[in-house]
Write a protein of this length. Structure first.
Length: 287
């Protein structure tokens, strides 16, 4: 066990996971309300500590590559770790819906240059997003900017407030999808989860490079490390995790998942948060 650095490069007394000499398994986890319970009980903190110990002692032995694929920025992840008692950094963090990809060799935060070049080559342009949003407003579809506190180069976040009628909501969101496709912009839409601090009765509407998204991060990392598709796992709690769960062999919603996600994905763990991850790791990889 060695000291590592926090996501922004400042010293932090967190243990670092050592990258296996040969990656045999890959696991991808959403962060907010999947790996990390924001209002954690003592029991949930105990499950978190047990999972961290498993990762520190058994991950290398099983050749496990493990990381977080999250809508939160890397800086936001660091803040939440400190606030909620998470100690161990994974091998990588794919933050801001995968528009940031950071590894921690020897405990040092290093952006992945290959992935960053992919995003630069995508031609993503924030001005194009703003033009699409202006056109939506002229058609009566209002999107409200999210104040995340962390501006990211390849991700623009908005809210769409529910109109109280599922049919009208789908009409408005359908127009968002049409314009995103017309402008060549990637799009993520999911129902907001108030447990993570989002407003109730809203949808997240996230614009990003079309080459990006959680599914493409999974594919990029599996190809880079030569992981057998049969030896992949993923965990999530909401609608924006479903493409990631569908991109692996063993995808699980945690038991505390949103109703929207539960309706759309068949495999739900009987366990919440990190308890679900630990149970799945022991089942598929062994103790």
């Amino acid at each position: 066990m060695t000291d590592t650095l926090s996501l922004d490069g400042a010293p932090a007394p967190s243990p670092a996971l050592r990258l296996p000499d040969r990656v045999g398994w890959a696991a991808f986890s959403d962060f907010d309300e999947t790996y990390l319970a924001h209002a954690a009980t003592p029991e949930q903190r105990a499950h978190l500590a047990a999972l961290e110990e498993y990762l520190l002692t058994d991950a290398v032995r099983h050749g496990l590559l493990f990381g977080w694929v999250t809508g939160s920025s890397a800086a936001s992840v660091r803040e939440k770790m400190a606030r909620c008692g998470a100690r161990v950094l994974p091998h990588f963090v794919a933050g801001a819906l995968g528009t940031e990809l950071t590894f921690f060799p020897d405990g040092v935060a290093r952006p992945d240059p290959e992935w960053r070049q992919v995003l630069r080559d995508s031609g993503f342009d924030r001005a194009r997003v703003e033009r699409a949003v202006e056109r939506l407003a002229r058609h009566g579809v209002e999107l409200f900017p999210q104040d995340t506190g962390h501006r990211t180069e390849f991700l623009v976040n908005y809210y769409f407030r529910s109109l109280g009628d599922p049919r009208r909501d789908e009409q408005g969101l359908g127009l968002v999808r049409e314009l995103a496709a017309e402008y060549g912009i990637g799009l993520n839409i999911s129902r907001c989860n108030p447990a993570t601090g989002d407003p109730a009765d809203c949808y997240d509407v996230d614009f990003l490079p079309a080459v990006c998204g959680k599914r493409n991060v999974v594919r990029h990392l599996c190809a880079r490390f030569g992981v057998d598709p049969e030896r992949t796992l993923a965990f999530g709690d909401s609608g924006n995790d479903l493409e990631m769960l569908g991109a692996v062999r063993h995808g699980y919603l945690v038991a505390n998942c949103t109703p929207e996600a539960r309706d759309r994905f068949p495999r739900v763990s009987p366990h919440p948060h990190t308890q679900a991850l630990l149970h799945a790791f022991r089942h598929h990889l062994g103790h």
